[in-house]
Design a binder for this molecule. Structure first.
Ligand SMILES: Nc1ncnc2c1ncn2[C@@H]1O[C@H](COP(=O)(O)OP(=O)(O)OP(=O)(O)O)[C@@H](O)[C@H]1O
Ligand SMILES: O=P(O)(O)OC[C@H]1O[C@H](OP(=O)(O)OP(=O)(O)O)[C@H](O)[C@@H]1O
Ligand SMILES: [Mg+2]
Length: 284
């Protein structure tokens, strides 16, 4: 028996989804126009679908898991499904107005026409904020709607802000932050649950490694203690004596963000020849 995973057929999530599965060591033939394939080395069937259809397939148990944007789950009222954040396709769901418009607070939305591809999400937001506005649903190119007189305001996905800028708009309020997630159908058989656990173990190993670096540096005996306290590692740092009895090579792992915070302290405390290397997987 295979676990059925839905991924986007084409579009912004397709590449990230396929490369995550590849990094998990799962081989998939991605024949063009072949909408259902099986992995040759993992019990997984891959269904290539349109994003908007995936939440319903999850609810109907046609697929067991899916790689999808949180925004689509919320829009299709499927946010109750449990999910694991995957760390790619990060974006905001934001309100934007023409650059020359003075927008000071959410109450400025009162009575306005809002263009969006996410009408349910916007409606829920307006309800929560007790704002009355008219929602105009369009399926794409939302940023064009103010300039053609279709709407006063838009509500859409923003990442770099480039599309807003090119269309004379400015982001004035961010409602949500979203990213790609692995959404899971809650009623899996024990056999499928066992496959899912293996898949999640692999995904978590890949994600943990992405944010973590392997650090190697040389340090003199007298400075060892201070350097070790800066680099506690997974258990404790590895120490390898160099042929010069006064020197050691210290190896450890470190979160990339932490590294940039402590680099100056490492140098001050006498760390030399610092090497930072990528880690492919961290098996928990
Ligand atoms: N500019 C962006 N930056 C980062 N992530 C984005 C961006 N735009 C969209 N996304 C994320 O990628 C997902 C897929 O977007 P895409 O535009 O490829 O497909 P779609 O139009 O939502 O769906 P369909 O598969 O039905 O065509 C979105 O649901 C969102 O989670
Ligand atoms: O802030 P940016 O980096 O410019 O990205 C934002 C744009 O990306 C998405 O559209 P997409 O390109 O996916 O087009 P679509 O409307 O055809 O889905 C989104 O709907 C915005 O238009
Ligand atoms: Mg899009």
């Amino acid at each position: 028996m295979n676990l059925k995973i839905a991924i986007q057929k084409s579009g912004r999530l397709n590449e990230g989804s396929l490369s995550l599965l590849k990094e998990c060591g799962i081989k998939i033939e991605n024949g063009k126009d072949q909408l259902l394939t099986s992995s040759s080395n993992f019990p997984l069937d891959v269904l290539y679908l349109r994003n908007g259809d995936i939440p319903q397939y999850l609810k109907d148990e046609v697929v067991d898991v899916a790689i999808i944007g949180e925004n689509t789950l919320i829009e299709k009222s499927a946010e109750d499904l449990s999910y694991l954040q995957l760390g790619f396709s990060r974006c905001r769901f934001s309100i934007a107005v023409p650059r020359e418009v003075n927008f000071t607070s959410l109450s400025d939305l009162e009575g306005k026409r809002i263009a969006t591809s996410y009408p349910h999400t916007v409606r829920e937001f307006l309800k929560r904020e007790k704002i009355k506005a008219k929602i105009h649903e369009i399926s794409g190119s939302v940023e064009i709607s103010p300039s053609i007189g279709l709407a006063d305001v838009i509500c859409d996905i923003v990442s770099t802000g480039g599309t807003l800028f090119k269309n004379g708009l400015k982001e004035v309020y961010s409602i949500f932050k979203f990213e790609a997630v692995l959404a899971v159908n809650p009623s899996l058989s024990p056999e499928k649950k066992a496959i899912l656990d293996k898949l999640i173990f692999r995904i978590e190993s890949v994600l943990r490694a992405k944010n973590t670096k392997y650090i190697m540096l040389n340090v003199q005996k007298d400075n060892l203690e201070k350097i070790c306290s800066l680099l506690p590692g997974m258990k404790s740092p590895t120490l390898i004596p160099l042929s010069d009895p006064n020197w050691y090579s210290l190896h450890s792992v470190i979160l990339e963000d932490d590294f940039w915070n402590i680099i100056d302290q490492l140098k001050q405390q006498g760390a030399e020849d610092i090497l930072i290397l990528p880690i492919e997987k961290i098996l928990g």
